[in-house]
Design a protein around this ligand. Structure first.
Ligand code: RP5
Length: 174
């Protein structure tokens, strides 16, 4: 499965850029990656830190549109400047995922990402796994506006989710 994933990432032109500030963010951002995979959205995953690799961030953000990306998902924790700084350097929609931090449970990440000044928007998601999954669903919906196959995959995903909700609670369910 892991090999198949890597192969797809290398051979398909990415439409979504999935970036994160650190390797330590991957345990959260991998949920976005898995959701994009499930929806058949080509993406690339990269570690890009606004603080530790500012030039990498500038090159990535300023070149993203020209390389054919349609949406950027940026996950970061703590003083989470990556989504906002990326949004400042690209006209593409940027979705920010606040990664849960050890010290402040991700409230620092959330406030760093959400409170952008008027003029540079970042679509801010929930803290942690839920935000990560929803960032991928939102990215797929955006890309799906111009891609019927991806929009159909989003709709099918929603239908499966609805069908999976039991009507009666069970003692045995996790
Ligand atoms: C942020 O600092 C990253 O997005 C990460 O969430 C946080 C901690 O990074 P590490 O010290 O674990 O590399 O830039």
């Amino acid at each position: 499965m892991a090999r198949k994933t890597i192969k797809r990432r290398r051979t398909t032109k990415p439409l979504v850029g999935l970036i994160m500030g650190s390797q330590s963010d991957w345990s959260t951002m991998r949920h976005a990656a898995e959701t994009l995979e499930a929806l058949g959205v080509p993406f690339e995953a990269r570690i890009i830190s606004a603080h530790r690799t500012p030039k990498r961030m500038m090159d990535y953000a300023s070149g993203a549109k020209g390389r054919g990306l349609k949406v950027i998902i940026a996950g970061a924790g703590g003083a989470a400047h990556l989504p906002g700084m990326t949004a400042a350097m690209t006209p593409l929609p940027v979705l920010g995922v606040p990664v849960e931090s050890a010290a402040l449970k991700g409230q620092d990440s959330l406030l760093s990402i959400v409170q952008m000044p008027a003029g540079i928007p970042v679509g801010t998601l929930a803290i942690g796994r839920a935000g990560s999954i929803n960032s991928a669903l939102l990215a797929a919906s955006i890309v799906g506006l111009g891609d019927a196959k991806i929009m159909a995959a989003v709709e099918a995903w929603r239908t499966r989710q609805t069908q999976a909700v039991a009507k009666i609670p069970s003692d045995d369910a996790p």
